[in-house]
Design a protein around this ligand. Structure first.
Ligand SMILES: [Zn+2]
Length: 284
């Protein structure tokens, strides 16, 4: 053993010396050319990103984006209209298991954005899982279930609810963010974007963004319209406040701003995995 150690230790020391000097010398270069993905793929740092125009974005295949609200059992007198927004936990588990068993990969809003705008590759069978309105079961049920399969979710938070009974706390939101889930904005108090004017834009789009950024320590780049409803005037207001993209619920994408009208669909509470699978394949 001795002769080998005698050779290896000086070689190792020389390598460490080289690596330390080399990495410190190259650090400024890497950060100067920094892009959101530069740390993951340093080999393509110097490849210029070419942004697609609206026509090119609209021509791309869409990723199914699923939208969830409540995850709990239906009450005996639950209204039919509410059953679209309330997915019993067993059905939710079956839906997520179906996605994993069928080979789907849950992508983040940032991955979808990079694919739409810059043509970056997505994993096979992409899907996005989104959760609106800050409910506590997004932390206790949804995140737990997603993490079983290595899935990431996007949580659209209305900041007025943070810490209230039945809703997530700031600490829970921070923990989701730290685990790699996306924390995104869903306004201050869920007022309909179609009615915004004057002070409303900052109150509903800027202040909640800043609050979530302070909680997570990360940029908040994505927005979901309450009720999925928007108006054309909302798009420059989102852009002014540095949102990269926004998600609606129903209707077509805007012909000039598809990134600010990305389609999602609510998963009805009564669906099992196979019904969801059939629907995903025909609707996106
Ligand atoms: Zn909502």
């Amino acid at each position: 053993m001795k002769p080998i150690s005698n050779v290896l230790i000086p070689a190792l020391a020389a390598f460490i010396f080289w690596a330390c000097n080399n990495s410190s010398a190259s650090q400024p270069e890497v950060s100067a050319a920094s892009t959101p993905d530069s740390t993951k793929a340093p080999a393509i740092v110097n490849t210029p990103l070419v942004a697609a125009d609206a026509t090119a974005i609209l021509a791309k295949e869409q990723v199914p984006v699923l939208c969830y609200h409540r995850l709990r059992a239906w009450k005996p007198n639950e209204k039919e209209s509410m059953k679209a927004y309330i997915v019993p936990i067993e059905n939710f588990k079956a839906q997520i298991k179906m996605l994993a068993d069928s080979g789907y990969h849950a992508i983040t809003p940032a991955e979808y954005y990079d694919y739409l705008l810059y043509g970056k590759a997505l994993p096979a069978k992409p899907v996005m899982l989104t959760f609106d309105d800050t409910s506590e079961e997004h932390y206790t049920v949804a995140a737990t279930e997603l993490e079983k399969y290595g899935f990431k979710g996007a949580f659209f938070i209305m900041t007025v609810s943070l810490g209230r009974p039945g809703y997530m706390s700031k600490e829970q939101v921070k923990e989701l963010s730290d685990k790699g889930h996306t924390i995104a904005s869903h306004t201050y108090d869920h007022h309909n974007v179609r009615k915004y004017e004057g002070e409303d834009w900052d109150a509903q789009m800027l202040k909640p963004k800043l609050k979530l950024e302070a909680i997570t320590g990360k940029p908040v780049d994505y927005f979901a319209y309450p009720f999925g409803e928007w108006k054309p005037e909302a798009i420059p207001e989102l852009q002014k406040r540095n949102y990269k993209a926004a998600f609606q619920l129903v209707g077509k994408r805007d012909s000039t701003a598809p990134l600010y009208t990305i389609r999602r669909m609510i998963v009805p509470g009564g669906w099992d995995g196979s019904k969801l699978h059939k629907w995903m394949k025909t609707n996106f």
